[in-house]
Structure formats: structure tokens, C-alpha cells
Design a protein around this ligand. Structure first.
Ligand SMILES: Nc1ncnc2c1ncn2[C@@H]1O[C@H](COP(=O)(O)OP(=O)(O)O)[C@@H](O)[C@H]1O
Ligand SMILES: [Mg+2]
Length: 254
């Protein structure tokens, strides 16, 4: 799709590590067991979409992979990971550019240096002209783009994206799905993408991991052998969506 190689972001990491390996992980919060005996491996550069019912431990899985939580049993090993949290935590008083550049500042860059590094990334990913806008002046989709670019600029080989388009309407969501697929084609990362939208999972993932209700574990792992760009009406997409839904429903009925 991209005939000219796009400039890598200032902080594009090498994808030569181990990816993500979660083996028989259990995590409890008091009396609640969020995930139990959960195993999932993601190869470097692979995009795995995770679907599962509300409260089944999807966000907990991301916290484990990002090292924010430790498992009570089992093991979690992963290359350094950046988290795009379920709610976009953009600073309301800061510009889009300063919000995206935040991880560069946190790593010690001065304001000018961080802005200079982040500005071309914003432009490359369709936000030229909005550098100075505050989050409140942006559409929901644009805010999600800024939040995603902030996660990208953390410079980590692994991205953990927690329902990144959950708050968007259907049209903005479809647009953002295309945008994300394009962004990942330009800037490959090892990605764990949590979504409650099975169609979105099939459109974006190299694989779809289906989780059981709490305590969550992976009950189906479907490979998506559909060339990109993908469209929801492709019979292969429709069929995989049905298989993922069956795996979800089968668990819910069990
Ligand atoms: N920090 C926490 N303290 C207590 N309970 C938690 C915490 N984080 C998650 N849980 C509980 O663990 C379960 C799984 O939560 P979560 O991982 O957020 O699920 P999901 O993202 O799939 O909706 C839920 O019952 C939730 O209430
Ligand atoms: Mg969650």
C-alpha cells in the first residue's frame, strides 16, 4: 500500500525481542479472581485482538503485560510495553502536540525538543493543523488519535490498547479502525488490542483471542488469514466473526 517508506517515528523500537508470553497466569483482587490460568503468546510484530465479556479480565491482562500488576500464579514475560488506557487521559489544558509529546518529556526531553520530535508524527498521522488545539476542541476520533500517538511515542515495542474506540459512534469507529490499520502498517509494533467488538477484532487482528467470562482465560484463538485492507463485508471476515461470536456465546452458555 505504501510505495514510499514513511519516516519512522523518532522513537521506533526494534521488534527483535520475545513479544508477549503469558503462561497460566492468575490474578486475584481480594475475593475476586479476575483472570485464571490464562495463557497467550504474541510474536514480535503480531497484532492480537482480545475479545471477551465485560468484567472478564481484559484490562487486567493488559496491566499484567505492561507490568502494572503481577500475577499471583503463572508467569508473564513481555518486551517493554506502553498502555493506552481505557479512558483517554489527555491533559485538558495541554495542546494536542504537548499531549502527544508527553512521553518524550517524561524521558527527559526539553519542551522544544519534544515538540520538534512529535510534530512530524502528528502530521504524518493526519493531525496537521491541530497541534495547538486542546483536547476539548477535538472530535472524539481525534482525541483517540492523539492518545494513540502518545502511546506510540513512548517508544516501546509492545502496545497495549484498551478498547481504544469504545467511546466513538459507528462512523467514527470505522474511520478509526482504518486509521489504526494504516498506522500499524507504517509503524509495526507488537500489539494487544482489547475490544468488545468482534468485527473490529477480525478487521484489525492477525489473531483473535476469545476470553471466557470471569475468571478470564483464553478459550479460542483464531488466526485471521485475510489480506489487508479488510472490509466487514468480506465473506472470510463474516465467517471469522461468526466463529468468534460462537466461541463467546458457547462460553456464556456453559
Ligand atoms: N484494582 C482492582 N481492584 C479490585 N478489583 C479489580 C481491580 N481491577 C479489576 N478488578 C476486578 O477484576 C475483574 C476484571 O476486571 P477488568 O480486568 O477491568 O475486566 P474487563 O476489562 O474485561 O472489563 C472485575 O470484576 C473487576 O471489578
Ligand atoms: Mg476493561
Amino acid at each position: 500500500m505504501h510505495s514510499t517508506p514513511s519516516p519512522a517515528t523518532a522513537s521506533a523500537p526494534a521488534l527483535d525481542g520475545q513479544g508477549i508470553r503469558v503462561e497460566a497466569a492468575t490474578r486475584r483482587y481480594g475475593a475476586v479472581t479476575a483472570v485464571e490460568d490464562l495463557s497467550l503468546a504474541v510474536s514480535p510484530g503480531e497484532v492480537v485482538a482480545v475479545v471477551g465479556p465485560s468484567g472478564c479480565g481484559k484490562s487486567t491482562l493488559l496491566s499484567l503485560v505492561c507490568g502494572l500488576e503481577r500475577p499471583d500464579a503463572g508467569t508473564v514475560a513481555a518486551d517493554p510495553a506502553a498502555l493506552m488506557p481505557q479512558r483517554d487521559l489527555l491533559l485538558p489544558w495541554a495542546s494536542a502536540l504537548d499531549n502527544a509529546a508527553l512521553p518524550l518529556r517524561l524521558r527527559g526531553a526539553g519542551r522544544r525538543e519534544a515538540r520538534a520530535a512529535a510534530a512530524p508524527v502528528l502530521a504524518e498521522f493526519g493531525l496537521a493543523g491541530f497541534e495547538r488545539a486542546r483536547p476539548g476542541e477535538l472530535s472524539g476520533g481525534m482525541r483517540q488519535r492523539v492518545a494513540f500517538l502518545r502511546t506510540l511515542l513512548a517508544g516501546k515495542p509492545v502496545l497495549c490498547l484498551d478498547e481504544p474506540f469504545g467511546a466513538l459512534d459507528a462512523i467514527a469507529r470505522a474511520e478509526m479502525q482504518r486509521w489504526l490499520a494504516d498506522a500499524l502498517a507504517r509503524e509495526p509494533r507488537t500489539v494487544l488490542l482489547v475490544t468488545h467488538d468482534v468485527e473490529e477484532a477480525v478487521l484489525l487482528g492477525d489473531r483473535v483471542a476469545v476470553m471466557s467470562p470471569r475468571p478470564g482465560r483464553v478459550v479460542a484463538d483464531l488466526r485471521v488469514d485475510v489480506p489487508r485492507p479488510r472490509v466487514a463485508t468480506d465473506p472470510a471476515v463474516v465467517e471469522l466473526r461468526a466463529r468468534a461470536l460462537a466461541a463467546l456465546g458457547g462460553e456464556a452458555a456453559a
